[in-house]
Design a protein around this ligand. Sequence first.
Ligand code: FEO
Length: 386
Amino acid sequence: MKPVQIREDIWWVGGIDWDLRNFHGYSTERGSTYNAYLIVDEKITLIDNVKHYLYDEMIERIAQVVDPAKIDIIVQNHAEMDHSGGLPKLMKLCPNAKLYCSPNGVKNLEMQFHQDWPFSPVQNGQTLNLGKRNLQFVLTPMVHWPDNMVSYCPEEKILFSNDAFGQHIASSERFDDEYPYSIYLEQARKYYANIVLPYGKMVQKVLADLGGVQLEMLCPSHGLITRKYLKELLGEYVKWSSNTTEKKALIIYDTMWDSTRKMAMAVESAFEEKGIKTTMFNLQHTHISDIMTEAITASHICIGSPTLNNNILPTVASFLTYMCGLAPTGRIGLAFGSYGWGGQGVGIINDRLTEAGFTMLKPIRFQYVPGQDDLAAVKKHVEDQL
Ligand code: FEO
């Protein structure tokens, strides 16, 4: 439980959540961290906080650097409970510490904790002097909650970016260059797809604001600190936030008696025939949050379900709800599936994707079990529209 020095007098003092596997519906197979950063300047400053059950771990780390009761300033970049759970105990420990957050952060923390804490709401662009260093606050509403802000230290060229630029990774390594790059990037992509995707326009504004800022370190509130792959990660954020897709089809389905799976394979053949990359996902075997990692750059999203009780399979309904909430835009969609008698399932998918703004290919459904000729017809039906 050691603190990690990231610069002279600046320490990582967060908590590591090794066992986290579910972050409100997002599968976190590598766990996560809640990063807090301690700046020992004339004013002893703590940036961000941890989930409630990692409070003792954070305090143990801080105590190896300074007496935690001597903290003068607490900067709460974001009020969500994974970063504020330790705040009630911390405010008891440091009753004279001033609590800096955005005006919406004040509202959120008041509604969460119902405490009369010494809040200091900050305005966009406001600077706070810590002694040798300053913190500049930039409000970043809806990246990804209304209260979000980031804190920039110009003397150190460090951006404390809270949820932005994070990844759900639990590790003893603290920096991007100490960890396998492919996993770091994959987890950054998954994080963006499952947390940040609906807020692309706001992310672009933040990226534009950062354009003229000198940056040597991105210190997020989850996962690894980025110091080596700054250009790469910022470049990926530019791509993801601008909704840039590549010619790639995701074929996502569930099946009852194998007919919809056979149709999915025929749909896949159509894309293959046209030289378009495909990835197949059976919802029985793949978590919806992993599908979203692929969906952020896919041009075509094809969804199949058999009809069950005049509806679609619950797995497919769950994915549709999740994906439409994350609101990918500018995609081409296809609904397909088999049925026994009513056959409403494909129409339900088609309507849901249309409502979500997808440009829909003509849907295709098949009664009972498709034979070879029927599957060839499914393939042709799709191929003719590509
Ligand atoms: Fe990591 Fe929005 O909390």
